[in-house]
Design a binder for this molecule. Structure first.
Ligand SMILES: [Zn+2]
Length: 344
């Protein structure tokens, strides 16, 4: 089959790889119908040292089950399923606690011999715990929104949820990428009354307004902080959702959070130290967030997507074929695309 291999910064290729087969009785084989490119795929795309053998990539996909191992119950060939970006057994103590990202028998896609999502097919380990059946066909208009359940939408939701966003909340969302916009949509769904979106790409912040942002702050750094404070009587907001992962973004988060408030971060951090100095201590600011256990949120979010109440799939603004996936990476890296769907 064909799969995407990254050979270094800027070097994405589609190559022939061995067809996946069932290795363990807990495996399933999934034929990919839709995959997508994640903002976190852009980190290796920008910085990976050149590698002749390369590495698989991709962790967001949905597709049809082709075969299941003997221990996989509740799924059969032909079922359309979505996979979260971490696979997990669904039975260990962490999974039972809703923290499938810490599963004792789980792991990441495209690592240690596991297929990546950006290919024609995937061997899914721990299939019964990992996969979620989708009650639609592959012609469904909902496919784009269903695909967001693999990562981007639950990640935004995790940010709002761990920050404690609820009815009447005042929220600042930092970042107008697909995760930031998903966080806006999530904050709105959780009842936030005011949502200030910090982002400087107008087409993206326009979608943010459609998702529920009440204010947009295009300025960055100190200027952006002042603007948010001016909008909030000088104090900032109780909830701040950091959806970028850069040092400047987490610094901005602490600068716009109201004393006693909460900063949640879901942008994969590209910094080693969190700026929680004595000043932040004196303001009683809480830091939360982390990697989103997407599997835990899918059950909660799926009904709203199926009923069309929310359309997180609007974050996709470009579709490419698997053969053209390098074009998709380029478009996301140079910001001519917000988020790219890959159709094998
Ligand atoms: Zn587990």
């Amino acid at each position: 089959m064909k799969a995407t291999i990254i050979h270094g910064a800027g070097d994405i290729r589609v190559e022939s790889v061995p067809d996946p087969t069932i290795h363990k009785p807990t495996d399933a084989l999934v034929r990919v119908v839709r995959a997508c490119i994640c903002g976190s795929d852009l980190w290796p795309y920008r910085s990976m040292p050149a590698s002749p053998e390369g590495a698989r990539i991709g962790h967001e996909f949905l597709g049809f089950i082709e075969d299941v191992g003997a221990d996989v119950a509740g799924f059969k060939a032909g079922d359309l399923v979505v996979a979260p970006f971490v696979w997990s057994d669904g039975t260990c103590d962490f999974c039972q606690e809703g923290l499938q990202t810490s599963c004792r028998h789980g792991g990441l896609w495209a690592r240690d011999g596991i297929d990546g999502g950006q290919g024609e097919a995937v061997r899914v380990p721990q299939a019964q715990g990992t996969l979620v059946k989708l009650p639609v066909g592959d012609d469904s208009a909902l496919l784009a929104s269903l695909l967001t359940l693999s990562d981007v939408f639950p990640t935004g939701y995790h940010c709002a949820q761990t920050a404690g966003v609820g009815p009447g909340s005042m929220v600042t969302v930092i970042g107008d990428g697909a995760v930031g916009l998903s966080a806006v949509l999530s904050a709105k769904r959780l009842g936030a009354e005011r949502i200030i979106l910090m982002g400087r790409h107008k087409d993206r912040t326009d979608l943010g307004r459609e998702f529920g942002a009440t204010d947009v702050v295009a300025e960055r750094g100190d200027e952006g902080v002042e603007k948010v404070r001016a909008l909030t009587g000088g104090d900032g907001t109780h909830k701040v959702l950091e959806c970028v992962g850069l040092k400047e973004a987490i610094e901005t988060a602490f600068a716009v959070v109201r004393d006693g408030g909460t900063v949640s971060r879901v942008g994969a951090p590209q910094y080693d130290e969190v700026p929680m100095d004595f000043g932040v201590f004196m303001r009683n600011v809480t830091l939360t967030g982390g990697v989103a256990p997407a599997r835990a949120y899918i059950d909660k979010l799926l009904p709203d997507v199926l009923e069309g109440k929310i359309q997180p799939g609007k974050v996709f603004d470009r579709t490419v074929s698997l053969d053209d996936i390098a074009v998709g990476y380029q478009a996301m890296a140079n910001r001519t695309a917000l988020k790219v769907v890959v159709q094998p």
